[in-house]
Design a protein around this ligand. Sequence first.
Ligand code: MN
Length: 228
Amino acid sequence: MTEFAIEVPPVVALPIAGMDARFPVRRVYCIGRNYAAHAVEMGHDPDREPPFFFQKNPDNLDPSGQFPYPPHSSDVHHEAEIAVMLKSGGTNISPDRALDHVFGYALSLDMTRRDLQGAQKKMGRPWEIGKAFERSAPVGPIHTVASVGHPDSGSITLKVNGELRQEGDLNQMIWKVPEMIAYLSEYFELAPGDVILSGTPSGVGPVERGDRMDLAVEGLGAMTVSVV
Ligand code: MN
């Protein structure tokens, strides 16, 4: 048995709807600009160019329903997304086999320090400081493929304090879930516990402490996250 020289960090373990067992997280990949209307609102061309990804940290995923407003930003944005949880992986996965690797799906938010991300973009620097901060990815319970199948269409909405801010349809994704898995597997070795955040529709915008965010996706239920 391995002895550890320091305290062993906890495994990030997410709740699964209808199961006592939890889902252990290995890596978190996030796709950028995956809905045309969001690409346009961020000042980019909506044409299908190769996808690009950034990463968050496993322990950025937070099922608590609370989002602590992070330091060093005055422009923290919500991005409503669905997360794809993998039960297996590999390299060079073909798109037509990609969904075999999916364990389930969950509602998620890719919270973003937009001011810091914008400054990094201008300087051509990496985005972590804007994206991969503490508890930056609120996540709902995971719905297994056995219970919800593979949702590839249906409305995705985000309300802030009851007011509709984001509205789209999962069928508007430029890169579909099987394509994202296939593409990532050409560049990385995917494995059980990997999570992919699949991009956000248009309507991203700022939140403040005290706000209530309500995310709903057809077929995946709803979740409420409070900004504290
Ligand atoms: Mn995003």
